[in-house]
Design a protein around this ligand. Structure first.
Ligand code: FAD
Length: 382
């Protein structure tokens, strides 16, 4: 290895930002880290609700990567077109080549909209930023009828997000005084909305019933018939809709699939340190099949363990404790209230979760969760 540790971090999302921050804090001038992302700015997954329900502007939820100013870290805005995990070398779409001692793949999950026939033409989605922006334009023109929020395939990012979308949709329609002219249905693949936490699930199911939201568990939406505006479920049930919000099938980005690193669609990693089967190559966050949900908090937890392992190896120090798979998820209940579930996936015999009831004070915690990360990663809190 060279005197400085040369690290390439692919993807400046939740995982890539946290890992780069830790390595900079701990190694400073001993670090030569290049952080690459195709986008020029970061936004939280949950800010798509702010955009879609027109609570914040598109610019208001974005933080530009040019603000990153950390010892040993440089940000490059480029699209990665090829990854060679054996040589720890990548190509970008402008035909540049980068290589390093350590490669960290943190490229998240993409959406395969075409995997659900009819979704692209007959439905909408709010999981991409563009999808949330399109809905912001479309929602004011919706005035009555059936709304369906439907998961098309698992795994999907942020398991509470479809439930949050249903409750926030209720709020939005109440606010517009058209709720009585609409129905809301939520199609979910799980039996309970939050499987590791029966308490959180019961609180959500109570809230669905209070808000007259029909919860359809243990199903996914297989296709959409744009002609008749009908969602077809996996058992053949047909649900007519006037507004369909789908959670599309997720997949690893193409560049990852083409790299040969995936097994069954995602990158397998060691739970102990997030190393892949390729020496010096780590993968963290949604792009992996580590066994925790695809969510920012888990990408952040993975980044902490991977960073500690990279540092331990560089300094020939002690390896970190294995990943516990814990994280706190905030859940929007509507009317400004947010609930909290603290989940743990690996330290007990089965995944478990502890629920804190929804309130406006937890909403303030969630604000702090966001602003503290922005401060840490970018030196700014908004
Ligand atoms: C509606 C919604 C609500 C959510 N709410 C929450 C929540 O409350 N809490 C929570 O913890 N999580 C939430 N999430 C999930 C969260 O956003 C993701 O799980 C998290 O961002 C994953 O982090 P990551 O680092 O793995 O990937 P990402 O944050 O997705 O980062 C991947 C990065 O890779 C870049 N990239 C991809 N391909 C290329 C390429 N070829 N070249 C260059 N760059 C590339 C992308 O631009 C992106 O910046 C939510 C998601 C959604 C959709």
């Amino acid at each position: 290895m060279s005197a400085k540790l040369r690290v390439l971090v692919l993807g400046a999302g939740f995982g890539g930002l946290e890992l780069s921050t830790i390595l900079s804090e701990k190694l400073g001038d001993q670090l030569d880290l290049t952080l690459i992302d195709q986008s020029d700015s970061f936004f939280f997954g949950f800010s798509k609700f702010d955009v879609m329900f027109n609570r914040k502007s598109s610019e208001g939820v974005r933080i530009h990567y040019k603000n990153i100013n950390k010892p040993g870290v440089r940000f490059i805005c480029k699209t990665i077109s090829r990854i060679d995990p054996i040589l720890r070398r990548i190509h970008t779409s402008d035909e540049s080549i980068y290589e390093a001692d350590i490669l960290v793949v943190a490229l998240g999950a993409d959406y395969d909209i075409g995997a659900t026939p009819g979704l692209a033409t007959g439905g909408n989605e709010f999981y991409s930023f563009e999808g949330a922006l399109r809905l912001r334009e479309a929602l004011p023109h919706f005035s009555s009828g059936n709304v369906i929020i439907g998961v098309c395939s698992a795994p999907f990012k942020c398991p509470p997000a479809p439930s949050e979308a249903a409750l926030l949709m209720h709020d939005y329609l109440v606010h517009r005084r058209i709720r009585q002219r609409c129905t809301i249905s939520l199609v979910m693949p799980f039996g309970l909305p939050i499987p590791p936490s029966p308490d959180t699930s019961l609180a959500l199911i109570d809230e669905f019933s209070r808000c007259n939201i029909r919860y359809i568990p243990k199903h996914v939406v297989k296709s959409i018939d744009p002609e008749s505006s009908t969602a077809i479920l996996d058992d053949g049930q047909q649900l007519p809709f006037d507004l369909f919000l789908g959670i599309p099938k997720h997949c690893a980005p193409n560049v990852v699939l083409e790299s040969g690193m995936t097994v069954n669609g995602w990158i397998p990693v060691s739970k102990t340190n997030f190393m892949t089967q390729y020496p010096g190559v780590y993968a963290i966050g949604d792009v992996t099949s580590v066994g925790t949900p695809k969510a920012g908090v888990f990408a952040e937890g993975a980044a902490k363990v991977a960073a500690a392992s990279i540092i331990a190896e560089f300094e020939q120090g002690q390896m970190p404790e294995p990943y516990q798979g814990n994280g706190i998820c905030y859940i929007e209940f509507g009317e400004g209230r947010v609930g909290k579930v603290s989940v743990n996936f690996f330290s007990g015999p089965k995944p478990s979760g502890t629920y804190t009831p929804a309130s406006t004070s937890i909403a303030a915690d969630k604000d702090y969760f966001g602003s503290s990360r922005l401060k840490r990663w970018f030196g700014t809190s908004s």
